[in-house]
Design a protein around this ligand. Sequence first.
Ligand code: DC
Length: 233
Amino acid sequence: MKKIIIAIDGHSSTGKSTFAKSIAAVMNYTYLDSGALYRAVTLYALEEGLTGKDGRPNVRELVNRLKDISVTFRRDPITGRNETFLNGKNVEKRIRSLDVSQSVSPVSVIPQVREFVDVQLRKWGEKKGIVMDGRDIGTAVFPQAELKIFMTAPAEIRARRRYNEMKAKGEDASFEEVLDNIRERDHLDSNRETNPLVKASDAILLDNGNMSVEEQMIWFKKLMEEKWGITLK
Ligand code: DC
């Protein structure tokens, strides 16, 4: 079968990356995390002092500095995981921290930042055979994607999952903080002017509030069988 582009969009902490990685593994495709680019740009802004005390970016300065930012991904030979590098430095862990999560929405609303990220995402998509997750992949980055899935789940369920994940990693945050952050990001993602989070009309909705990862993969394999006649192991 010819290689396609699979776009996975949806609300934050719906497990898009876990799902997209599992799909990439069964399809033998490359996985790309578009949120990691927004997070890396945000980390750059924080580290370079391009944000105010409230964590909001100084837009003009950050836009001027975009040319100095290089984000790449490398596979860790031991874990097999894709890790994010900002100007040559491994920032995979750092970009997932709460301070970056709290500052990423105001950075990702800046149209020039979106353009900067989109140019790179489209380059990676040229060869097809990719699964990319984000907020606007099926609507703005690859509107021509052959398969689009839109993921959602109730905010409390998403916050509980994220909170458990953070606790397991030894990160310090209360459930309320995590829930507030998710609600705020939902609001900002869905209401920004440039490419807001919205389900593409041709995207298939997946509400995974009551689904395990295994159940989602069964759902996906059934979809591939029905839609494309492809049987996946
Ligand atoms: O998926 P994530 O939580 O790692 O994404 C981090 C932020 O980046 C999220 O708050 C919204 C933004 N984002 C975006 O605006 N568009 C994308 N395609 C991916 C992420």
